[in-house]
Ligand binder design. Structure first.
Ligand SMILES: Nc1ncnc2c1ncn2[C@@H]1O[C@H](COP(=O)(O)OP(=O)(O)OP(=O)(O)O)[C@@H](O)[C@H]1O
Length: 304
């Protein structure tokens, strides 16, 4: 294991099948993806396209059948369960749709929990400071049930970020929130990337959420079929609509977003002046994501 890398996360030719025999499903089909440190990447695609499987393999929760996953320079595919648990505690943060807070613990205790599990010292001032920055400074001693959904998700984000992990994996982080709470959470995630250089990989169905990212990677049938840099909600929604459209009868042209592996989508072509090292690279695709832009304010389309 080494940890010298320009990328926070790299997947090389990752294939993952679920089930066996006639009922086997190829959830990931030779997926390659490189995500630079300090970038925000959204993973989108129709239901069943492989997004959760990708997240699970990237976080070492599931083992690929072939290929390799390198997180912050550490090869996960060779690691035993003990090493994987340690890597998850020390180098990854998780944010789930359903918050997953411990109901009997206070807000501050929930945030400190992963560090305590990892046997690391908890700086209570840091916990208080982080929660204050997320607008929860007056909620430290509350239990999760005493908070709104948006507040609970902000606690979960604080918990994920306290240890300054190499990557925060967010699985539908706004899926259970109303519009305003969702925007607050997305602003917080964006700010964590812009101000602190956090790397975030977020699975979402929501084009508005996807447009907060630096790059959107689109999945279909276990493959990356397209990517988009500087996404806006309308373009992401249009691309998703094409991916979700029913397959046309033979003789018709295929949906334009679904292209054979190896195609270089026009939206993913790196613009001149962008450094390759700061780009998301996908299998057979040109590098795509721009470096994170501090103070980026480009979410005008939906009134954010
Ligand atoms: N444990 C499993 N056993 C068998 N098949 C599975 C299993 N987990 C996922 N699959 C199948 O693998 C494929 C990819 O599933 P996955 O959950 O990764 O998709 P997804 O894009 O996250 O879907 P959704 O958006 O609905 O959550 C699907 O066809 C799914 O039915």
């Amino acid at each position: 294991m080494t940890n010298k890398t320009t990328h926070a996360l790299e997947l090389h030719d990752v294939t993952k099948r679920h089930g066996a025999g006639d009922t086997a499903v190829t959830a990931l089909d030779r997926v390659s993806l490189s995500i630079p440190h300090g970038t925000f990447t959204a993973v989108m695609g129709p239901s069943g396209s492989g997004k959760s499987t990708l997240l699970h393999c990237a976080a070492g929760l599931d083992r690929p059948d072939s290929g390799s996953v390198v997180l912050d320079g550490y090869e996960l595919t060779d690691a035993d369960e003990t090493a994987l648990t340690r890597l998850r505690r020390e180098r990854m943060g998780f944010v789930f749709q359903s918050f997953n807070l411990v109901p009997t613990l206070t807000v501050a205790q929930n945030v400190a929990l992963p560090l305590e599990f990892a046997g690391r010292r908890v700086d209570e001032r840091e916990v208080r400071g982080l929660l204050s920055r997320l607008g929860l400074g007056d909620r430290l001693d509350h239990r999760p049930a005493e908070l709104s959904g948006g507040q609970q998700q902000r606690v979960a984000i604080a918990r994920a970020m306290l240890s300054r992990p190499a990557v925060v994996f967010a699985d539908e982080p706004t899926g259970a929130l109303d519009t305003q709470a969702a925007r607050d959470v997305l602003h917080i995630l964006r700010e964590a990337v812009d101000a602190s250089g956090q790397t975030i990989v977020m699975v979402t169905h929501d084009p508005v959420a996807g447009a907060y990212a630096d790059a959107v990677v689109f999945f279909s049938d276990g493959r990356i079929v397209d990517s988009m840099t500087r996404p806006d909600p309308a373009s992401v929604a249009a691309r998703m609509a094409r991916l979700s459209a029913p397959v046309r009868p033979s003789g018709h042209a295929p949906p334009s977003a679904v292209r054979p592996s190896g195609h270089v989508p026009s939206s993913a072509v790196r613009q001149s002046g962008q450094a390759p090292s700061s780009s998301v690279r996908t299998s057979g695709h040109a590098p795509s994501a721009p470096a994170p832009q501090n103070g980026r304010a480009r979410h005008g389309g939906d009134g954010r």
